[in-house]
Ligand binder design. Structure first.
Ligand SMILES: *Cc1c(COP(=O)(O)O)cnc(C)c1O
Length: 381
């Protein structure tokens, strides 16, 4: 499909991101349909991709916004999400970010420490407001994913640890400007072993039970996101299995009467819709291997350098017999390597390559190291 559409972009200088809005729409409506049957609320995690045309599709499908910075809150509001659709998480919210979100009357602050709660209380009091807050709890559940994208273990910086809850609860009596409305969890990202979510449900049930024993019943439960995508074979599973995912929570989460359940999906909604298009600059024969040197590097797509992430690479030009290459970028860092020992049709200078499944945590992480240009993006609809 990409191959046929590409000539329309032949005159654009590489590298660039190409987004398939048709696939994005299908993915969003699949997620929405599966969530809707249980009355679940889905908030899109803006940090995965905050491009305006993508946010417009997501907004149109009725999703809320999950933000991890003041600027993301701002972007969400500018894109048209209403304040009551916006949740704000993050271990290090600055005073300015909190003040901005308070002024905007967002739905909920997902709070990650006792001190943060104290600060929100103080700032809300100064504005004469009552902030709705949820406790982000570190449930000590293994996400069975790469260690650099695990967030729900006690060794991670995220969330409030279980042992702190007992001393934390009485403090709410002295915090009149905080309204505790829910519990929040987010255990990690690129989760493909869905047992992690089964374990999360069991833990959430226990934690909810504990709070009820303290006389606290929450109107909202937010179980975060992290659902993974198929990086190995993007064409086999372009749309993640939302049925299985939401089905687990429906089966295992003890939802109380009238309780609202919230999800925060990023990657699963946008990853497969994005491709990084790049051109081969040079082929260099190394001692043991051949290098295909691309005009895109870790400055355009950082995931392989940052956490050894795999992206499928395709040569869209060549149909020659196959050879093996280390596919690398032009940046002056040894980790600027997309993938080693990739089998590709014989590749030549000028060939166009597609780096697949790059719609999430791709363009948003692009940077200007080596004084690189800002990467451009285009949309297929
Ligand atoms: C990043 C993040 C998400 C989304 O994670 P994905 O793996 O992209 O689904 C959800 N909630 C919070 C709090 C996050 O930080």
């Amino acid at each position: 499909m990409l191959k046929e559409q590409l000539p329309a972009f032949a005159h654009h200088p590489t590298p660039f991101y190409l987004y398939d809005l048709e696939l994005l729409k299908k993915t969003l409506s699949s997620a929405r349909a599966e969530a809707e049957q249980y009355g679940y609320h889905v908030h899109y995690a803006l940090k995965a991709n905050a491009n305006a045309p993508i946010l417009a599709e997501i907004l149109q499908q009725g999703f809320g916004a999950d933000c991890v910075s003041g600027n993301e809150v701002k972007r969400a509001l500018e894109a048209g999400f209403t304040p009551d659709q916006v949740v704000f998480a993050g271990v290090g919210k600055s005073d300015a970010e909190i003040n901005f979100a308070l002024q905007a009357n967002i739905f909920c602050f997902n709070c990650e420490s006792t001190q943060e709660l104290e600060v929100i209380q103080e700032l809300a009091a100064a504005q004469g407001k009552v902030a709705q807050v949820a406790l982000r709890i570190n449930p000590n559940v293994d996400a069975y994913t790469h260690k650099h994208i695990t967030t729900g273990l006690e060794e991670n910086k995220f969330g409030i640890n279980l042992w702190e809850l007992e001393s934390l609860l009485p403090k709410f009596a002295q915090w009149p400007n905080l309204q505790l409305i829910g519990l929040h969890f987010h255990i990690g990202s690129q989760i493909t072993d869905l047992r992690a979510y089964e374990n999360l449900c069991v833990r959430v049930n226990e934690i909810q039970q504990w709070f009820e024993e303290q006389g606290i019943l929450f109107p909202h439960l937010n179980v975060g996101g992290g659902l993974g995508v198929n990086y190995q074979q993007p064409e086999e599973q372009p749309i993640p299995d939302f049925k299985e995912y939401f089905g687990i929570f429906n089966r295992l989460l003890d939802k109380r009467e009238g309780q609202q359940v919230h999800f925060e999906l990023g990657r699963a909604l946008v990853a497969q819709a994005g491709t990084l298009i790049t051109k081969v600059l040079y082929i260099k024969n190394g001692q043991k291997t051949n290098f295909a040197i691309l005009d895109a590097g870790m400055t355009e797509l950082m995931r392989p350098a940052l956490y050894q992430a795999y992206h499928k690479i395709e040569n869209l030009t060549s149909s020659l017999p196959e050879k093996t290459y280390d596919v690398v970028g032009p940046i002056c860092e040894s980790t600027d390597c997309f993938s080693k020992e990739v089998t590709l049709p014989e590749t030549k200078r000028g060939d166009i390559m597609a780096i697949r499944t790059a719609g999430a945590y791709g363009e948003v992480m692009a940077n200007h190291y080596n004084l690189r240009d800002t990467v451009q993006s285009f949309y297929l609809s």
